[in-house]
Write a protein of this length. Sequence first.
Length: 237
Amino acid sequence: KAEELIYEILTTTDFSQHDRIKEILLQTETEQQQRGMMAGHMLAFKAALAQFSAGSAVQEASSGITYSQWLHSLSKNFDAQIGAFTALVNSSLSAAVCRSRLVLGITEEGCTDPAAFLAMLPQGEAAPEKAPYQTKLPKKLGIRIPAQVSFASLGHNLGQTGTEYDGSARLVSNILSLACLWNEVRVRGGAYGAGMRIGNGGRVFTYSYRDPSPNRSLGVYRSMADFVKEFAASGQD
């Protein structure tokens, strides 16, 4: 029964009920707007990192500022855009649900043979290994929100400067977050929080949370290299 239900949801979901789609759309737009005011640092660093890789551009487009703008456009022009939207959903779903693009996870104590379920799905075509996604957001961006505090972020890619990622980068990000940004952005700048992260791919981002002086925080971010030099020369553990 579970296999039949999964197959039904994946292949026969009805996207013609436009009133239900609009209801869900408006709820989602409201949630995304609230996220911009409560967790705007996530939107900020996604926008910053979107400049550096196809993966980051996709992440931003599907959950960041671009996504917020798309939700707003669809809700304001629903009648004109709903036809193209449902056509896109149907075509994307039919292409995605197939054996060539399937990752199947089974968790149980016994042994289940998924052959019957797999046989229900078409073979389909495999997804391309890579695609050249690019963000349409400008490199410098400000979004006004209805709040008394802000969120500030800068992004960078170590690979563009010929620096390869290694374990020391994780250490540096912790030192900068706790010894530099905590003092300069949170304690002195009055933000609720601040930090820096370096991912395994060498993508770097800084962020401040509920920040009353975002422009000052951007200046602090740009001085972090000097802090690292001074810290290394100080001989601290």
